[in-house]
Ligand binder design. Structure first.
Ligand code: ADP
Ligand code: MG
Length: 638
């Protein structure tokens, strides 16, 4: 029996609590829904059980559409956190209950009752009352009761929630064994990552009503696609890195050579700022740099050492001179433990007992850290960089509803021009998304930033509201892939509807009209294939300037994404003549520019005017700094 959710949405007054969830669970699969409290897990389970109505979408069990079938006719067994046994009935009567209401004969009921009690290891307990049993035993009765009518689907909502640690582990084993023996398709809801790892064939992570990522426990742990999943599934260190032809650099150090890095899907050039995930067990500790077997990150002081049985947990504060920066916004870093001081980076490390035996550590010691293994998130938006310097402008940008929403959902850092790491503003590297204030001066600022190698710029008018729609305009073939990557990332974090718009002059010949449609189809196909997202499309008859003028004063707040390919010197002219209104003092639309430098121009100037990515180091030096043995995980999620 399989379970299928197709674009399932459930709203309460405040909005969707289950938002466009599509999911297919295979026959006999043990699927765990994991997420923080309030993320919509129980609601999704209740929708599957038929305990609450869907507002949109379809649910099927083994190919049968049950969207509008009553709960008791769906053939599902349910177990909740609070055992909810009938207090006035014996254990045996509780187990038989579902059979009695279905009119099953007494002798058949008795046989089934004994089988089920045996299955959950409670033979001989049939005549006890529920309050004569421990919490764990009561929950086993609840499982037996849920299985009485031989459901083909078992739904469990935090069934171990109210039990103590040892009993939880025992009951977990009972449930896993019963589930395997009966081959039942099962969904279990939990907020406990360890529980999810120990039970699941596959895990789905929910956040804010959305199913963010699904996958086998190990692949989600090793290759998460988002900051949220990376940090929710166990501890993780997230650093801002720069990838370029010479390799991956974190702060001052290279930790992998260029050839060992695989390309990120949909990003042919791949030279830009990236989010690097390093698990605590993948960090090596030694007394000195020279003793490290893996790529050196830097050195710092041990802040704390916590022994917890099999392993030891260390926290090390990296010295600021290594220039290592967190890829998680300050407001999202885990509380508890030591709070980060300023922008100094604290690194979480776990060591096995063998590692502890080789080098004993205590707070205050200085150690060198190396990185054995890392994973690059596919997100194109590693950070936001405020390019403004006037304090009032910086404060206004930081508090704009759009930037706050994006940062809150992505957990991305917003760095002021002055606290950006010193190395990241080099020419030729794309460090995050530059953020500037819109207004008549902004086109000149954009042109200057583009000339310095910035590809992505977010231009926010002073009073811009949270956009209710996203409009994407990109009539340049060469700019499309990079624009769509940016769009895909933004779409995941805004609930606005997105439309790809092709502009067409009323006087255009037929051939041009055809190519406008082709562009739309190509863009939509690319977004679906590479990024798994769907988008609307629209042809707008009129010139760009009139389209922009209309959007500048629209009553329905919009985020306008412009994909432009040009030379740096042409960019200013194109933006002023085609889209000038969007940058005027009266515009209320936010503009996100994805700029691609023309190849012709690049070919002409690359050698003399564009500095290499990391001028301080020659490629040979870089290769020498990166040990050949670093195992590198691909930057693309499974
Ligand atoms: P989880 O199980 O992940 O903790 P829930 O599915 O219980 O989350 O709830 C998701 C959101 O929906 C919460 O914000 C919760 O307050 C809201 N919610 C759940 N049930 C109702 C209801 N019957 N009426 C209104 N809001 C509800
Ligand atoms: Mg719940």
């Amino acid at each position: 029996m399989s379970i299928t959710f197709e674009q399932v949405t459930k709203r309460y007054n405040a909005g969707p609590v289950v938002n466009d969830v599509s999911l297919r669970i295979g026959p006999g699969e043990f699927f765990v829904l994991l997420g923080p409290s309030g993320s919509g897990k129980s609601t999704l389970l209740r929708l599957a059980a038929g305990l609450t109505e869907v507002h949109h979408g379809r649910i099927s069990l083994h190919g049968r559409d049950v969207t509008h079938v009553r709960a008791r006719d769906r053939g599902v067994g349910l177990v909740f956190q609070h055992y909810a046994l009938f207090r006035h009935m014996t254990v045996g009567q509780n187990v038989e209950f579902a059979l009695r209401v279905r009119g099953v004969r007494r002798s058949a009921r008795a046989r089934r009752r004994e089988e089920l009690l045996q299955l959950v290891a409670l033979e001989g307990y049939g005549n006890r009352m529920p309050d004569q049993l421990s919490g764990g035993q009561q929950q086993r009765v609840a499982v037996a009761r849920a299985l009485a009518h031989e459901p083909q689907v078992l739904l469990l909502d935090e069934p171990f929630g109210a039990l103590d640690a040892k009993i939880r582990v025992e009951l977990r084993e009972t449930i896993r064994e019963v589930q395997r023996r009966l081959g039942m398709t099962t969904i279990l809801v939990t907020h406990d990552q360890e529980e999810a790892f120990s039970l699941a064939d596959r895990i789905g992570i929910m956040h804010n009503g959305r199913l963010l990522e699904t996958g086998r426990p190990e692949s989600l742990y090793r290759h998460p696609a988002t900051r949220f999943v990376a940090t929710f599934l166990g501890a993780a260190n997230l650093f801002l890195g720069e990838r370029g032809p010479s390799g991956l650099r974190l702060g001052k150090r290279f930790i992998a050579s260029g050839t060992s890095l695989r390309a990120v899907k949909g990003d042919p050039s791949g030279d830009h700022e990236v989010v690097t995930v390093v698990r605590p067990e993948d960090i090596e500790v030694s007394e000195h740099d020279e003793q490290l077997d893996s790529g050196a990150l830097g050195a710092g002081q041990v802040l704390s050492v916590d022994f917890n049985g099999a392993s030891e947990r260390l926290r090390v504060q990296l010295e600021p001179e290594w220039d290592v920066t967190s890829a998680i916004g300050r407001e999202h870093r885990a509380v508890g433990g030591t709070a980060p001081t300023g922008e100094q980076q604290i690194v979480d490390i776990t060591r096995t007992s063998a590692e502890q035996a080789r080098l004993a550590l205590k707070p205050g010691l200085r150690v060198a850290l190396g990185i054995r293994r890392f994973h690059l998130l596919p997100t194109p938006i590693a950070s936001f960089r405020l390019l403004a310097t006037a304090p009032a402008t910086v404060a206004a940008l930081r508090s704009s509803p759009l930037l706050r929403q994006l940062v809150e959902s992505m957990q991305a850092p917003v760095l002021d021009a002055q606290d950006a790491p010193t190395g990241s503003e080099r020419e030729g590297i794309q460090a995050g998304v530059g953020v500037i204030a819109a207004g008549s001066h902004s086109i000149g600022e954009i042109a200057r930033a583009a000339a310095q190698g910035r590809r992505w710029l977010l231009c926010i008018p002073p009073r811009a509201a949270l956009p209710a729609r996203i409009l994407i305009q990109c009539d340049y073939e060469a700019a499309r892939s990079s624009t769509l990557r940016l769009v895909a990332s933004v779409m995941r974090h805004l609930s606005a509807e997105a439309t790809f718009v092709s502009l067409q002059s009323p006087a255009a010949p037929r051939a041009e009209a055809t190519s406008a449609f082709r562009r739309l189809l190509d863009a939509r196909a690319e977004l679906q294939e590479i990024h798994g997202l769907d988008i609307r499309t629209d042809v707008h008859i009129g010139d760009p300037a009139s389209w922009a003028a209309q959007l500048a004063v629209t009553a329905q707040p919009a985020l306008v994404v412009l994909g432009v390919e040009s030379t740096p010197s042409d960019l200013e002219r194109i933006l002023s003549s085609d889209f000038g209104a969007l940058f005027s003092d009266v515009s209320t639309s936010v503009v996100l520019l994805s700029y691609t430098e023309s190849q012709a121009q690049l070919a002409g100037v690359r050698l003399d005017t564009m500095s290499p990515l990391f001028p301080a180091q020659t490629p040979q030096g870089a290769a020498a700094a990166a040990p050949a043995a670093v195992p590198v995980l691909p930057g693309t999620p499974a």
